[in-house]
Design a protein around this ligand. Structure first.
Ligand code: NAD
Ligand code: IMJ
Length: 255
């Protein structure tokens, strides 16, 4: 392709390993000439993510940022000074494992609040922290899933968190539009990442999508990543407040 992000600085939050959707997005952004800062949650991921940053580009930086720690978000803002920052990709979600297997009606207050804090409020916190650096306008993109709007077995509290995330996208788009900052979500079809591993019947979900989606196959992380390029680039300049489905068409089906 053709340097669609040349001269732009992009922040990508949520790289854990080479399977992370955030890393696929990093690869597409690097291909398009972006200057990259990627983040990881904790010390345990530092070595892996330092190596992944080096593979993306010689200038890519990796910084630790647990989104539940305001001091780490503040340190990230400092590391990005003086800006300008053009693009932010939020690729973060977490819920307690037991809340992704027990009946949804058994969700605890703590489990509910944790999933909503990490998976939805963090987009608000990140947008609030980064918008002042986006002085030339820009693009904020988050990752969501169909479980926000349909009942998907075991997705449970994550579905509620993604519904809050998608509504946050609309309210943030309205607030930040006057600064020419666009805010959108990509709703990706199921992909076998660390966040999918160990989920009961995940292989059946993948097989079901491949059998029934209009394109008769699963979603390739590179397709999700290239849609993020579109949204972060000038090509996406008229798009804000949207949820773009990159799911081989699965979500249009009734039966
Ligand atoms: P992943 O496990 O590689 O990424 C999830 C990331 O969230 C990890 O890097 C993890 O460290 C990070 N994270 C969790 N808690 C955090 C915290 N407190 N602070 C900072 N980071 C934290 O898995 P993935 O599939 O690449 O997930 C990325 C996003 O894509 C998530 O929002 C997920 O809901 C979404 N998504 C995934 C799929 C799928 O099938 N894999 C489908 C649609 C949407
Ligand atoms: C997750 C759970 C149940 C069904 C699921 C998923 N389906 C898909 C996912 C059908 C596609 C993956 N997904 C879209 C997510 O957002 C996953 C979030 C997640 C995963 C885990 C697993 C490990 C853990 N906590 C988690 N928190 C969030 O301990």
């Amino acid at each position: 392709m053709s340097n669609l992000l040349h001269g732009k600085t992009a922040l990508i939050l949520g790289v854990a390993n080479k399977w992370s959707l955030a890393y696929a997005i990093g690869r597409s952004f690097a291909r398009e000439g972006a200057n990259l800062v990627i983040t990881y949650q904790g010390e345990r991921q530092k070595l892996t993510v330092d190596e992944l940053a080096a593979e993306l580009s010689p200038t890519a930086r990796a910084i630790q940022c647990d989104v539940t720690k305001p001091e780490e978000l503040a340190a990230l803002v400092d590391a990005l000074q003086p800006g300008p920052l053009h693009a932010v990709v939020h690729s973060i979600a977490f819920a307690n494992r037991e809340d992704l297997s027990r009946p949804f009606s058994e969700t605890s207050r703590d489990g509910f609040l944790l999933a909503l804090e990490v998976s939805a409020y963090s987009l608000v916190a990140v947008s609030k922290a980064m918008a002042p650096l986006m002085t030339a306008g820009g693009s904020i993109v988050t990752l969501t899933y169909l479980g926000a709007v349909r009942v998907i077995p075991n997705y449970n509290i994550m579905g509620v968190a993604k519904a809050a995330l998608e509504a946050s996208v609309r309210y943030l788009a309205n607030d930040l539009g006057p600064a020419n900052i666009r805010v959108n979500a990509i709703s990706a079809g199921p992909v076998k990442t660390a966040s999918a591993r160990g989920i009961k019947d995940f292989s059946k979900v993948l097989d079901g999508v491949a059998a029934h989606a209009p394109l008769r196959r699963n979603t390739d992380p590179a397709e999700v990543a290239d849609t993020a390029v579109f949204l972060a680039s000038e090509l996406g300049r008229g798009v804000t407040g949207n949820v773009v489905y990159v799911d081989a068409g699965f979500q249009i089906m009734g039966l």
